[in-house]
Design a protein around this ligand. Structure first.
Ligand code: F6P
Length: 364
């Protein structure tokens, strides 16, 4: 009997299993149900907070040299346990594992690859702040049957067949795309169902809200400094409007806010750690978030190129990320190209801060 609500299972069956045409994504909905089960288990563990005896440091570091929290490891294991047995995956990659986790005996190997960050924004755990999980699904070529290796995962984000995140806030939500828009499901805790509450999320094209860690300002490239300075100048500057700023230190929380009401999130290239291309990880942070943002009508770039077109070179590669409302991100991309062509000098002069002198009508 229908109760008028769409659960995650109903949504996946309707969207994937009953999809007309030859390209039926066999097994993908079952895999996503397993991912959702991981998320429910993580939500339950997080809700216990300090009572769960899982707070604090694990006294180890991950492949990026970052201190691992106990919950980083617990949540990583939850993903592995829920997803390794079902015969749908060939392997997994995560922020907490240096190498590919190939599915091995006694479990059968399937055709999908899962990359995930089990606990994004884990510095928020100790302050009982918002954290999340991020995941990305690729499908292997049918000729690839052996154990997956690094090369199996090094594919551009545009090839993802599904991507999503969980946000563990006052309510737990799963936000998902299988390539037909971005949809949000809220966890009905007492029943254990994810219920479709935010169908076909659309990011507004324009916004007056930006998110960036301003403590890094002195290390940014000029195009990012220019954009942020113009936002800070507000009504009296060349943008002729006031802007608002947010920083939650959790990419999931920032992207969720942008999906709900628009805005721009930036973790740009900077010179604080010149050996790193960016801060955020391509395969299990930037790529899946870019997929969700583009499916919701937004844009996601490194500053100079579309993130979904970046060809990965390493499992744990980092990239600069600038994503959100289409017109704002396009503006930042333009600032990068003007800078690269040496054309942005006049903008530094107060004389040229008038919209009418410089910017085309449509972009002013
Ligand atoms: O590692 C990823 C992450 O925690 C993101 O979720 C977040 O946006 C960022 O790092 C926070 O960085 P910072 O420590 O500079 O505030």
């Amino acid at each position: 009997m229908q109760d008028g609500r769409t659960t995650l299972s109903k949504f996946l069956i309707d969207t994937l299993d009953r999809k007309p045409g030859p390209e039926v994504a066999s097994g993908l909905s079952a895999l996503l149900i397993d991912v959702a089960a991981s998320i429910k288990t993580i939500a339950a563990a997080l809700t216990r907070g300090a009572l769960g005896a899982q707070h604090g440091s694990a006294h180890s570091v991950n492949t990026h040299g970052e201190e691992q929290k106990k919950l980083d490891l617990v949540t990583n294991d939850i993903f592995l346990q829920h997803c390794e047995w079902d015969g749908l995956l060939a392997g997994m990659v995560s922020e907490e594992m240096e190498h590919v986790y190939a599915i091995a005996e006694p479990y059968p190997r399937g055709e999908y690859l899962l990359a995930f960050d089990p606990l994004d924004g884990s510095s928020n755990i100790d302050i009982n702040g918002v954290v999340g999980s991020i995941f990305s699904v690729l499908r292997r070529g049918c000729h690839q049957t052996g154990a997956p290796d690094d090369a199996s995962f090094l594919r551009p984000g545009r090839e993802q067949v599904a991507a999503g995140y969980a946000i563990y806030g006052p309510s737990t939500m799963l936000v998902l795309s299988v390539g037909n828009g971005t949809h949000g499901f809220t966890l009905e805790r007492d029943v254990g169902n994810f219920v479709l509450t935010h169908s076909d999320i659309r990011i507004p094209d324009d916004s007056c809200e930006f998110a960036i860690n301003v403590s890094n300002e002195r290390f940014w490239e000029p195009p990012v400094r220019r954009y942020v300075q113009e936002c800070k100048d507000g009504r009296t500057g060349c943008r002729a409007q006031d802007f608002n700023m947010r920083w939650i230190a959790s990419m999931v929380a920032e992207v969720h806010r942008i999906l709900m009401r628009g805005g721009v999130f930036m973790y740009p290239r900077d010179f604080k750690t010149p050996e790193m291309e960016g801060r955020l990880r391509l395969l299990y942070e930037a790529s899946p978030m870019s997929f969700l943002v583009e499916q919701a009508g937004g844009l996601s770039i490194t500053g100079r190129e579309r993130i979904l077109d970046v060809e990965p070179k390493a499992l744990h590669q980092r990239v600069p990320v600038i994503l959100g409302s289409r017109n704002e991100v396009a503006r930042i991309q333009r600032y990068h190209s003007e800078y690269d062509r040496g054309e942005d000098k006049p903008f530094t002069s107060p004389l040229f801060k008038e919209r009418s002198l410089f910017l085309p009508e449509t972009e002013a």
